[in-house]
Design a protein around this ligand. Structure first.
Ligand SMILES: [Zn+2]
Ligand SMILES: [Zn+2]
Length: 353
Protein backbone atom coordinates (compact mmCIF):
# COMPACT_ATOMS: atom_id res chain seq x y z
CA UNK A 1 0.00 0.00 0.00
CA UNK A 2 1.32 3.37 -0.95
CA UNK A 3 1.02 5.89 1.83
CA UNK A 4 0.78 9.53 1.00
CA UNK A 5 -1.01 12.47 2.43
CA UNK A 6 -3.56 14.07 0.15
CA UNK A 7 -2.57 17.71 0.17
CA UNK A 8 -4.97 20.46 -0.82
CA UNK A 9 -3.47 21.06 -4.26
CA UNK A 10 -3.91 17.51 -5.58
CA UNK A 11 -7.35 17.37 -3.99
CA UNK A 12 -8.44 20.52 -5.80
CA UNK A 13 -6.98 19.10 -8.97
CA UNK A 14 -8.88 15.86 -8.45
CA UNK A 15 -12.14 17.67 -7.80
CA UNK A 16 -11.76 19.86 -10.84
CA UNK A 17 -10.83 16.88 -13.01
CA UNK A 18 -13.77 14.77 -11.90
CA UNK A 19 -16.71 15.02 -14.23
CA UNK A 20 -14.53 15.23 -17.32
CA UNK A 21 -12.76 11.87 -17.50
CA UNK A 22 -14.17 10.24 -14.35
CA UNK A 23 -17.12 7.90 -14.76
CA UNK A 24 -19.81 6.70 -12.39
CA UNK A 25 -19.56 3.09 -11.24
CA UNK A 26 -22.37 1.28 -9.42
CA UNK A 27 -21.25 -1.08 -6.68
CA UNK A 28 -22.21 -3.15 -3.66
CA UNK A 29 -19.66 -3.60 -0.88
CA UNK A 30 -21.52 -6.21 1.19
CA UNK A 31 -22.89 -9.63 0.16
CA UNK A 32 -22.80 -13.16 1.57
CA UNK A 33 -22.60 -16.65 0.09
CA UNK A 34 -23.17 -20.28 1.13
CA UNK A 35 -19.64 -20.24 2.63
CA UNK A 36 -21.00 -18.54 5.77
CA UNK A 37 -23.61 -21.27 6.33
CA UNK A 38 -26.66 -18.97 6.50
CA UNK A 39 -26.93 -17.54 2.97
CA UNK A 40 -28.45 -19.38 0.01
CA UNK A 41 -26.19 -19.01 -3.04
CA UNK A 42 -22.64 -19.85 -4.06
CA UNK A 43 -19.97 -17.16 -4.65
CA UNK A 44 -20.40 -17.63 -8.43
CA UNK A 45 -24.18 -17.19 -8.30
CA UNK A 46 -23.88 -14.08 -6.10
CA UNK A 47 -21.23 -12.51 -8.36
CA UNK A 48 -23.33 -13.41 -11.41
CA UNK A 49 -26.37 -11.59 -9.96
CA UNK A 50 -24.42 -8.34 -9.61
CA UNK A 51 -22.87 -8.81 -13.06
CA UNK A 52 -26.25 -9.46 -14.70
CA UNK A 53 -27.98 -6.58 -12.91
CA UNK A 54 -25.81 -3.79 -14.20
CA UNK A 55 -23.39 -3.36 -11.31
CA UNK A 56 -19.78 -2.45 -12.08
CA UNK A 57 -18.29 -3.89 -8.92
CA UNK A 58 -19.22 -6.10 -5.97
CA UNK A 59 -17.51 -7.46 -2.87
CA UNK A 60 -18.16 -11.01 -1.66
CA UNK A 61 -17.73 -9.93 1.95
CA UNK A 62 -17.98 -13.26 3.72
CA UNK A 63 -18.01 -13.57 7.51
CA UNK A 64 -14.39 -14.17 8.50
CA UNK A 65 -13.54 -15.82 5.18
CA UNK A 66 -11.53 -14.39 2.31
CA UNK A 67 -12.93 -15.27 -1.12
CA UNK A 68 -10.25 -14.69 -3.72
CA UNK A 69 -12.01 -13.12 -6.75
CA UNK A 70 -9.75 -15.22 -9.02
CA UNK A 71 -11.50 -18.38 -7.79
CA UNK A 72 -14.99 -17.12 -8.70
CA UNK A 73 -16.11 -18.13 -12.18
CA UNK A 74 -18.88 -16.32 -14.05
CA UNK A 75 -20.99 -17.82 -16.83
CA UNK A 76 -21.15 -16.61 -20.41
CA UNK A 77 -19.56 -13.46 -21.72
CA UNK A 78 -18.28 -11.40 -18.82
CA UNK A 79 -18.60 -7.62 -19.18
CA UNK A 80 -15.27 -5.81 -19.30
CA UNK A 81 -16.68 -3.19 -16.96
CA UNK A 82 -17.36 -5.60 -14.11
CA UNK A 83 -14.99 -6.11 -11.21
CA UNK A 84 -15.05 -8.39 -8.19
CA UNK A 85 -13.26 -6.41 -5.54
CA UNK A 86 -11.61 -8.54 -2.84
CA UNK A 87 -12.97 -8.27 0.69
CA UNK A 88 -14.24 -9.91 3.86
CA UNK A 89 -16.75 -9.05 6.56
CA UNK A 90 -14.61 -8.97 9.66
CA UNK A 91 -17.24 -10.31 12.06
CA UNK A 92 -15.85 -9.51 15.45
CA UNK A 93 -16.67 -9.52 19.13
CA UNK A 94 -19.44 -7.40 20.68
CA UNK A 95 -21.31 -7.29 17.32
CA UNK A 96 -18.62 -5.14 15.70
CA UNK A 97 -18.66 -6.00 11.99
CA UNK A 98 -16.69 -4.28 9.25
CA UNK A 99 -16.07 -4.78 5.55
CA UNK A 100 -12.35 -5.13 4.91
CA UNK A 101 -12.39 -3.63 1.40
CA UNK A 102 -9.64 -4.36 -1.12
CA UNK A 103 -7.62 -6.69 1.14
CA UNK A 104 -5.14 -9.27 -0.20
CA UNK A 105 -5.75 -11.93 2.46
CA UNK A 106 -7.88 -12.92 5.43
CA UNK A 107 -8.11 -10.30 8.18
CA UNK A 108 -8.16 -11.68 11.76
CA UNK A 109 -11.36 -10.98 13.70
CA UNK A 110 -10.99 -12.67 17.07
CA UNK A 111 -9.99 -9.69 19.17
CA UNK A 112 -11.89 -8.57 22.23
CA UNK A 113 -11.77 -5.56 24.53
CA UNK A 114 -14.14 -3.99 27.02
CA UNK A 115 -14.37 -0.89 24.81
CA UNK A 116 -15.83 -1.26 21.33
CA UNK A 117 -13.68 1.61 20.06
CA UNK A 118 -10.61 -0.61 20.63
CA UNK A 119 -12.24 -3.48 18.73
CA UNK A 120 -13.08 -1.17 15.80
CA UNK A 121 -9.51 0.22 15.86
CA UNK A 122 -8.15 -3.34 15.66
CA UNK A 123 -10.37 -4.04 12.62
CA UNK A 124 -9.05 -0.87 10.96
CA UNK A 125 -5.39 -1.59 11.77
CA UNK A 126 -5.53 -5.26 10.72
CA UNK A 127 -7.35 -4.31 7.50
CA UNK A 128 -4.65 -1.75 6.65
CA UNK A 129 -1.99 -4.44 7.28
CA UNK A 130 -3.78 -6.60 4.70
CA UNK A 131 -3.67 -3.75 2.18
CA UNK A 132 -7.26 -2.60 2.58
CA UNK A 133 -9.71 -0.06 3.96
CA UNK A 134 -12.41 -0.50 6.60
CA UNK A 135 -16.12 0.20 6.21
CA UNK A 136 -17.74 -0.06 9.65
CA UNK A 137 -20.95 -2.03 9.05
CA UNK A 138 -24.56 -1.57 10.27
CA UNK A 139 -23.86 0.31 13.54
CA UNK A 140 -27.50 -0.09 14.66
CA UNK A 141 -27.54 -3.90 14.26
CA UNK A 142 -28.15 -5.07 17.85
CA UNK A 143 -27.75 -1.35 18.71
CA UNK A 144 -24.10 -2.27 19.04
CA UNK A 145 -22.14 0.78 17.90
CA UNK A 146 -22.61 4.36 19.04
CA UNK A 147 -20.89 7.66 18.24
CA UNK A 148 -18.63 7.32 21.29
CA UNK A 149 -17.34 4.00 19.91
CA UNK A 150 -16.47 5.45 16.49
CA UNK A 151 -15.16 8.92 17.36
CA UNK A 152 -11.81 7.87 18.90
CA UNK A 153 -10.98 5.49 16.03
CA UNK A 154 -8.10 6.59 13.83
CA UNK A 155 -8.17 6.02 10.04
CA UNK A 156 -11.85 5.04 9.94
CA UNK A 157 -13.32 6.98 7.00
CA UNK A 158 -16.30 4.88 5.89
CA UNK A 159 -19.37 3.42 7.58
CA UNK A 160 -22.68 1.92 6.48
CA UNK A 161 -25.23 4.69 6.53
CA UNK A 162 -27.74 2.44 4.75
CA UNK A 163 -27.73 -1.36 4.85
CA UNK A 164 -30.46 -3.32 3.01
CA UNK A 165 -30.76 -6.14 5.58
CA UNK A 166 -34.24 -6.06 7.20
CA UNK A 167 -32.95 -6.22 10.81
CA UNK A 168 -30.33 -3.46 11.00
CA UNK A 169 -32.47 -0.47 12.13
CA UNK A 170 -31.10 2.14 9.71
CA UNK A 171 -33.72 4.60 10.88
CA UNK A 172 -33.38 4.01 14.64
CA UNK A 173 -36.34 3.81 16.99
CA UNK A 174 -37.86 5.86 19.82
CA UNK A 175 -34.77 5.25 21.98
CA UNK A 176 -31.93 5.09 19.44
CA UNK A 177 -30.73 7.54 16.79
CA UNK A 178 -30.89 6.70 13.09
CA UNK A 179 -27.61 6.06 11.31
CA UNK A 180 -28.07 9.46 9.64
CA UNK A 181 -28.34 11.16 13.06
CA UNK A 182 -25.25 9.20 14.10
CA UNK A 183 -23.47 10.50 10.98
CA UNK A 184 -24.41 14.12 11.72
CA UNK A 185 -23.18 13.67 15.28
CA UNK A 186 -19.80 12.29 14.12
CA UNK A 187 -19.37 14.98 11.43
CA UNK A 188 -20.34 17.74 13.86
CA UNK A 189 -17.73 16.49 16.33
CA UNK A 190 -15.01 16.72 13.66
CA UNK A 191 -14.76 13.17 12.31
CA UNK A 192 -13.94 12.67 8.63
CA UNK A 193 -16.41 9.93 7.79
CA UNK A 194 -18.37 9.09 4.65
CA UNK A 195 -21.65 7.16 4.41
CA UNK A 196 -21.94 3.96 2.35
CA UNK A 197 -25.07 2.19 1.05
CA UNK A 198 -24.96 -1.60 0.75
CA UNK A 199 -27.10 -4.73 0.45
CA UNK A 200 -25.73 -7.12 3.09
CA UNK A 201 -27.49 -9.62 0.81
CA UNK A 202 -27.91 -13.24 1.94
CA UNK A 203 -30.85 -14.42 -0.19
CA UNK A 204 -30.69 -14.69 -3.98
CA UNK A 205 -33.14 -17.61 -4.30
CA UNK A 206 -36.02 -16.49 -2.07
CA UNK A 207 -37.47 -13.02 -2.67
CA UNK A 208 -39.52 -11.43 0.12
CA UNK A 209 -39.41 -8.10 2.00
CA UNK A 210 -38.26 -9.90 5.17
CA UNK A 211 -35.38 -11.66 3.36
CA UNK A 212 -32.06 -9.93 2.82
CA UNK A 213 -32.24 -9.71 -0.96
CA UNK A 214 -29.78 -7.83 -3.16
CA UNK A 215 -30.44 -4.58 -5.00
CA UNK A 216 -31.61 -2.46 -2.07
CA UNK A 217 -28.61 -0.28 -1.20
CA UNK A 218 -25.59 0.67 -3.27
CA UNK A 219 -22.90 3.24 -3.97
CA UNK A 220 -22.29 5.26 -7.14
CA UNK A 221 -18.55 5.95 -7.21
CA UNK A 222 -16.95 8.57 -9.43
CA UNK A 223 -13.55 7.29 -10.46
CA UNK A 224 -11.02 7.69 -13.25
CA UNK A 225 -10.94 3.91 -13.71
CA UNK A 226 -12.54 0.68 -12.59
CA UNK A 227 -9.86 -1.00 -10.49
CA UNK A 228 -9.87 -2.15 -6.86
CA UNK A 229 -7.40 0.56 -5.83
CA UNK A 230 -9.06 3.37 -7.81
CA UNK A 231 -12.56 2.57 -6.48
CA UNK A 232 -11.33 2.22 -2.89
CA UNK A 233 -9.36 5.48 -3.03
CA UNK A 234 -12.28 7.33 -4.65
CA UNK A 235 -14.50 6.22 -1.77
CA UNK A 236 -11.88 7.36 0.76
CA UNK A 237 -11.98 10.78 -0.91
CA UNK A 238 -15.79 10.86 -0.66
CA UNK A 239 -16.20 10.79 -4.45
CA UNK A 240 -19.42 8.80 -4.29
CA UNK A 241 -22.99 8.86 -3.13
CA UNK A 242 -24.99 6.21 -1.31
CA UNK A 243 -28.41 5.26 -2.66
CA UNK A 244 -31.54 3.42 -1.57
CA UNK A 245 -33.23 4.23 -4.90
CA UNK A 246 -32.52 7.80 -6.06
CA UNK A 247 -30.06 8.24 -8.94
CA UNK A 248 -28.20 11.45 -9.75
CA UNK A 249 -27.02 12.92 -13.03
CA UNK A 250 -24.73 15.29 -11.23
CA UNK A 251 -23.15 15.31 -7.77
CA UNK A 252 -20.40 17.92 -7.84
CA UNK A 253 -18.60 18.31 -4.53
CA UNK A 254 -16.77 21.53 -5.28
CA UNK A 255 -14.49 23.35 -2.90
CA UNK A 256 -17.00 26.16 -2.43
CA UNK A 257 -20.34 24.56 -3.26
CA UNK A 258 -22.26 21.35 -3.78
CA UNK A 259 -24.32 20.94 -6.92
CA UNK A 260 -26.72 18.08 -7.60
CA UNK A 261 -29.12 17.08 -10.32
CA UNK A 262 -31.51 14.14 -10.18
CA UNK A 263 -31.51 11.55 -12.97
CA UNK A 264 -35.29 11.15 -13.11
CA UNK A 265 -35.28 8.40 -15.73
CA UNK A 266 -32.72 6.27 -13.87
CA UNK A 267 -34.54 6.87 -10.56
CA UNK A 268 -37.86 5.79 -12.10
CA UNK A 269 -36.17 2.64 -13.41
CA UNK A 270 -34.77 1.84 -9.96
CA UNK A 271 -38.07 2.56 -8.23
CA UNK A 272 -39.93 0.25 -10.63
CA UNK A 273 -37.96 -2.64 -9.12
CA UNK A 274 -40.02 -4.77 -6.71
CA UNK A 275 -36.81 -5.48 -4.79
CA UNK A 276 -36.43 -1.96 -3.40
CA UNK A 277 -37.64 -1.25 0.10
CA UNK A 278 -38.74 2.33 0.68
CA UNK A 279 -38.93 3.90 4.10
CA UNK A 280 -42.57 4.17 5.17
CA UNK A 281 -43.47 7.67 6.42
CA UNK A 282 -46.73 9.15 7.69
CA UNK A 283 -46.79 12.50 5.89
CA UNK A 284 -45.13 14.63 3.24
CA UNK A 285 -45.59 15.86 -0.30
CA UNK A 286 -44.97 13.48 -3.18
CA UNK A 287 -41.99 14.23 -5.41
CA UNK A 288 -38.37 15.22 -4.96
CA UNK A 289 -36.77 17.08 -2.07
CA UNK A 290 -33.14 18.22 -2.15
CA UNK A 291 -31.71 19.21 1.22
CA UNK A 292 -28.32 20.71 2.03
CA UNK A 293 -27.44 19.77 5.57
CA UNK A 294 -24.80 21.29 7.86
CA UNK A 295 -23.53 20.71 11.41
CA UNK A 296 -25.99 19.22 13.95
CA UNK A 297 -28.11 17.99 11.03
CA UNK A 298 -29.48 21.48 10.37
CA UNK A 299 -31.07 21.92 6.93
CA UNK A 300 -29.40 25.01 5.45
CA UNK A 301 -31.30 25.12 2.14
CA UNK A 302 -33.88 22.93 0.46
CA UNK A 303 -35.61 22.69 -2.91
CA UNK A 304 -38.38 20.65 -4.48
CA UNK A 305 -36.84 21.06 -7.94
CA UNK A 306 -34.75 18.29 -9.49
CA UNK A 307 -31.53 20.31 -9.39
CA UNK A 308 -30.00 22.64 -6.84
CA UNK A 309 -26.72 23.97 -5.52
CA UNK A 310 -25.61 25.47 -2.23
CA UNK A 311 -22.45 27.32 -1.17
CA UNK A 312 -20.36 25.78 1.60
CA UNK A 313 -19.78 28.38 4.32
CA UNK A 314 -19.78 26.05 7.31
CA UNK A 315 -17.18 23.55 8.59
CA UNK A 316 -18.96 21.04 6.38
CA UNK A 317 -22.01 20.61 4.19
CA UNK A 318 -23.66 17.48 2.80
CA UNK A 319 -26.63 16.85 0.53
CA UNK A 320 -29.54 14.44 0.69
CA UNK A 321 -32.05 13.85 -2.09
CA UNK A 322 -35.40 12.25 -1.22
CA UNK A 323 -38.03 10.88 -3.59
CA UNK A 324 -41.41 10.45 -1.91
CA UNK A 325 -43.91 8.17 -3.64
CA UNK A 326 -47.51 7.26 -2.88
CA UNK A 327 -48.18 3.61 -3.64
CA UNK A 328 -51.53 2.20 -4.85
CA UNK A 329 -52.22 0.85 -1.35
CA UNK A 330 -51.88 4.38 0.09
CA UNK A 331 -48.41 3.82 1.61
CA UNK A 332 -46.09 6.82 1.45
CA UNK A 333 -42.54 5.65 0.82
CA UNK A 334 -39.20 7.50 0.74
CA UNK A 335 -36.08 6.64 -1.24
CA UNK A 336 -32.79 8.47 -0.92
CA UNK A 337 -29.43 9.49 -2.33
CA UNK A 338 -26.85 10.78 0.15
CA UNK A 339 -24.00 12.87 -1.27
CA UNK A 340 -20.83 12.93 0.84
CA UNK A 341 -19.91 16.03 2.83
CA UNK A 342 -17.54 18.74 1.63
CA UNK A 343 -15.28 20.04 4.39
CA UNK A 344 -13.93 23.56 4.67
CA UNK A 345 -11.94 22.99 7.87
CA UNK A 346 -9.25 20.89 6.17
CA UNK A 347 -9.95 17.69 8.10
CA UNK A 348 -10.07 15.54 4.96
CA UNK A 349 -6.49 16.42 4.05
CA UNK A 350 -5.18 13.88 6.56
CA UNK A 351 -6.73 10.87 4.81
CA UNK A 352 -4.04 8.43 3.75
CA UNK A 353 -4.17 6.59 0.46
ZN1 LIG B 1 -22.62 -7.90 9.61
ZN1 LIG C 1 -23.02 -9.03 6.45
Amino acid sequence: MKVRLILLAPLLFTLSCLGKSAKWYKGNTHAHTTLCGHADSSPSVVAQWYHDNGYHFAILSEHNKFIDPKTVKLKGEVRKDFLLLPGEEVTGRKTVHSTAMNVNRLVPWNFDHQHRSKIIQKHVDETIKAGGTTILNHPNFGWAVQAKDMLPVKKLYLFELYNGHPSVHNFGDHRHPSTEELWDDLLTQGMTIYGVGSDDAHHFADWKPNKSNPGRGWVMVQSEELSSDAITNAMKRGDFYASSGVMLKKAVRGVKSIEVEVDEKATDEELASPILIGRKVKEGKEGYLIEFIGPKGKVIESSSETKASCPVNLPYLRCKVTKRVKKDNGDLLEYYAWVQPVFTDGREKKIEE
